[in-house]
Design a protein around this ligand. Structure first.
Ligand code: ATP
Ligand code: ATP
Ligand code: MG
Ligand code: MG
Ligand code: MG
Ligand code: MG
Ligand code: MG
Length: 280
């Protein structure tokens, strides 16, 4: 198209290209979901339908954006991890964030009626914010995910105890809040057990661990992980060609693998050691 005299305004756009070779996490979070969950009478502390709906929307994001290698969700938030080799949208931050957040929001609304069949959505409709953060090493990325999973645990233990005091102990919310202010995890476990016969360890993993979404592939037996390839080990051109084809084949197989949702520990090494393809 011919240039117009107005075209100079493009120069006002700021570049926001994320650094190459870094793991990118796009975290989205529901806007005002405290109120939103009240409006639709979410069960407290955990509404199963609400979590299933978040998970369905996250799964759809992975399906539409194969660059997302794994996602982790708790409450009204989801973190989507893009592989460090991702080149989608030339790694432009605003493009990546807005595409993920709008894809997620569309599916959240699209699937709503499946999970809340007798509660039609009405304005104000659900919306999400989003941001992209870059992590330069697998260690940093795993620490990020561990941070979110620890948060899940801390919040869930607190919420489980708080709502037990209110729903089963007949306490008003202010008193329950005071009762728990500054309490240790062990004290919350003790309140749950001695007053309500609840063993926190037996609470569903979905609530204790959050939700992990990824393409499922062959599990590697614990302890049998291959050592990383020796970078100086010279290969013939032919060997290189074969390994390149193999890598391409593996990539395609993995892209076709079913997307699954699990509720398990992603802090310990085991999860990652058994699924070496996730961060390779
Ligand atoms: P902001 O707009 O700043 O994010 P917010 O009201 O969304 O504010 P958050 O800190 O994001 O606050 O917390 C989300 C809240 O949504 C939780 O505290 C909880 O009350 C509610 N919530 C989200 N998912 C569920 C669920 N599945 N079951 C019950 N409550 C939920
Ligand atoms: P990108 O993902 O890079 O934005 P794109 O295919 O969306 O790629 P755009 O430059 O955004 O490309 O252009 C949007 C295109 O959508 C238009 O060129 C036009 O073909 C089509 N389009 C959008 N709105 C309408 C409309 N109301 N009627 C007909 N065509 C439309
Ligand atoms: Mg927030
Ligand atoms: Mg929120
Ligand atoms: Mg939140
Ligand atoms: Mg377009
Ligand atoms: Mg356009």
């Amino acid at each position: 198209m011919a240039n117009s005299k107005y075209e100079y305004v493009r120069a006002f756009e700021q570049a926001d290209i994320l650094l190459p070779n870094t793991w990118v996490v796009v975290r989205i979070d529901g806007r005002g979901f405290h109120k939103f969950s009240d409006k639709y009478a979410f069960e407290k502390p955990n509404d199963r339908r609400g979590i299933d709906l978040m998970n369905a929307a996250a799964k759809a994001v992975l399906k539409e954006l194969p660059d997302v290698v794994i996602a982790y969700g708790i409450s009204d938030e989801y973190s989507f991890v893009l592989h460090k080799s991702c080149t989608l949208f030339e790694r432009r931050s605003s493009k990546l964030v807005t595409t993920i957040v709008s894809t997620f929001t569309s599916y959240y609304v699209h699937f709503w009626a499946q999970y809340f069949p007798d509660l039609p959505l009405s304005p104000p409709l659900p919306s999400f914010d989003g941001r992209a953060v870059q992590y330069p090493s697998v260690r940093n990325l795993r620490d990020y995910l561990s941070w979110r999973q620890v948060d899940c645990h801390i919040n869930n233990l607190y919420n489980t105890t708080f709502w037990a005091l209110v729903q089963q102990g007949g306490m008003d919310t202010k008193t329950a809040e005071k009762e728990l202010a500054g309490s240790l995890a062990s004290e919350k476990n003790e309140i749950l057990f001695s007053r309500f016969k609840i063993n926190y360890n037996n609470e569903p993993d979905m609530y204790k661990k959050g939700s992990v979404v990824f393409r499922d592939y062959e599990l590697v037996e614990p302890g049998s992980a291959q050592p990383p390839a020796d970078e100086d080990g010279a290969k013939t051109a032919e060997e290189l060609e074969i390994s390149k084809t193999q890598v391409e084949k593996d990539k395609k197989r993995r892209a076709k693998a079913p997307i699954t949702i699990h509720h398990l520990d992603i802090i310990k090494d085991e999860f990652w050691e058994r699924r070496p393809w996730l961060l390779s």
